[in-house]
Design a protein around this ligand. Structure first.
Ligand SMILES: Cc1cc2nc3c(=O)[nH]c(=O)nc-3n(C[C@H](O)[C@H](O)[C@H](O)COP(=O)(O)OP(=O)(O)OC[C@H]3O[C@@H](n4cnc5c(N)ncnc54)[C@H](O)[C@@H]3O)c2cc1C
Length: 363
């Protein structure tokens, strides 16, 4: 039976970042991916926002790895010509009552070590964004956007340059612990099975990371939480320059429906949050256009209902159930040589290089 040093399950942004970080010519590192190519999972259905790190509680991995990942991503992107833009972002308060909320986010962000955050007045908001309505705002200059596909291609190439190998169309179906290694069972798209052994296993299987962890004795349960997007047409290009977010609900499962743009300047609204049954359903209901209009109209008054169209969706792998409190990323060696990454929802793309560094230190 073939023996390898390290197996990474999942070729999304997290698995690929880890591969790029740990690969070495003298190690056999394999990345197994069930799809025909890398990056077709959660990583291909997100907002591509380089988050600042002000939302999550101090001392959480979500906060610390986001702040570190933000800095690392800008460095990686600049050095390797990965398309990105430091757009900046405003979290807007639309009433005096929301002032307290942005102050709380400001102080949370400061505790998390987010640099250059600033509370700004109505006048400053309208100077920066004349088409946005707000009573006050929290300004994060270091929030931005990046091409996640180019980022993943970079991580993959960097891993392959150091002799890591990606094997696609390979679905991991079982794992058994044996003396000093793990036996991994898998199946290809023709239904053919094969097995090999690996000294170390890193589970970065996104929406299936609980299933993989549980194959090796874990006890995780992910909740699928869908985020729908709407595209925007018929507005003046450049009408808004920064990403515009509302104040999130106190016990939030998402950040509130917000306005982002891609690197071509195309605007979109979303994602919202809806817990769904465990199925990869990416259909967006037509009524979302109206709901998104209602929820953004107070701070984006230039948007009319006819500008908003149902578009794509993504699914978050949440450890936090609908009525639960905050749950952090799980990045843990649950059994010797078996590292699980479970619940890697947002800001997982931003955090990916910092997650990779964190995993390398665990090895
Ligand atoms: C709607 C939405 C918006 C988001 N926006 C942002 C954002 O703006 N900024 C940000 O930082 N983060 C954002 N995120 C979070 C970010 O997208 C994720 O944290 C990140 O993409 C997770 O990457 P991953 O590699 O863990 O998962 P994935 O990209 O899903 O990769 C896991 C891979 O594992 C493979 N796999 C699964 N099971 C098996 C198996 N049995 N055998 C082999 N392979 C398997 C899958 O096919 C998949 O390719 C968002 C997420 C969502 C859902």
């Amino acid at each position: 039976m073939e023996k390898v040093d390290i197996t990474i399950i999942g070729a999304g942004v997290v698995g690929l970042a880890i591969a790029a970080e740990i690969a070495r010519p003298d190690l056999s590192v394999f990345i197994l991916e069930k799809n025909h190519a890398h990056g077709g999972g959660i990583s291909s259905r997100n907002s591509e926002v380089i988050h600042g790190g002000m939302y999550n509680p101090p001392d959480s991995l979500k906060a610390s790895l986001c702040v570190e990942g933000n800095r690392m991503l800008y460095e990686i992107a600049a050095k390797n010509h990965i398309p990105h833009k430091r757009t900046g972002k405003l979290i807007v308060a639309v009433s005096r009552e929301e002032d307290d909320d942005i102050e709380r986010l400001y102080s949370n962000g400061r505790q998390n070590g987010v640099p250059a955050l600033e509370l700004i007045t109505q006048k400053q908001v309208s100077d920066m964004e004349p088409n946005v309505q707000a009573h006050a705002a929290l300004y994060s200059p270091d929030t931005g956007i990046i091409s996640v596909h180019d980022l993943m291609n970079y991580f993959l190439a960097s891993a392959q340059n150091k002799k890591a190998q990606m094997v696609c169309n390979t679905n991991v179906t079982g794992i058994e612990k044996e003396a000093g290694h793990y036996r991994i069972y898998s199946q290809n798209t023709k239904g053919e099975s094969f097995e090999f052994s690996s000294a170390v296993v890193i589970n970065a299987a996104g929406l299936e990371s609980d299933t993989i962890a549980n194959m090796a004795g874990g006890n995780y349960q992910l909740h699928y939480c869908k985020g729908d997007y709407c595209s925007i047409s018929g507005v003046k290009p450049g009408i808004v320059q920064r990403l515009i977010y509302p104040v999130p609900a106190r016990k939030h499962t998402g950040l509130g429906v917000h306005l982002t743009m891609d690197l071509n300047g195309r605007y979109k609204l979303g994602p919202d949050t809806t817990y769904i049954e465990r199925k990869e359903d990416y259909h967006v209901e037509p009524e979302k256009a109206d709901l998104f209009f209602q929820s953004t109209n107070k701070f984006l008054p230039f948007l009319k209902q006819e500008n908003i169209h149902p578009d794509m969706a993504g699914i978050r792998p949440k450890l936090q159930g609908p009525d639960d409190d905050f749950c952090d990323f799980v990045i843990r060696e649950d059994a010797p040589g078996f590292i699980n990454l479970v619940g890697i929802e947002s800001p997982g793309m931003t955090a990916s290089p910092a997650i990779a560094r964190y995993v390398r230190k665990m090895l």
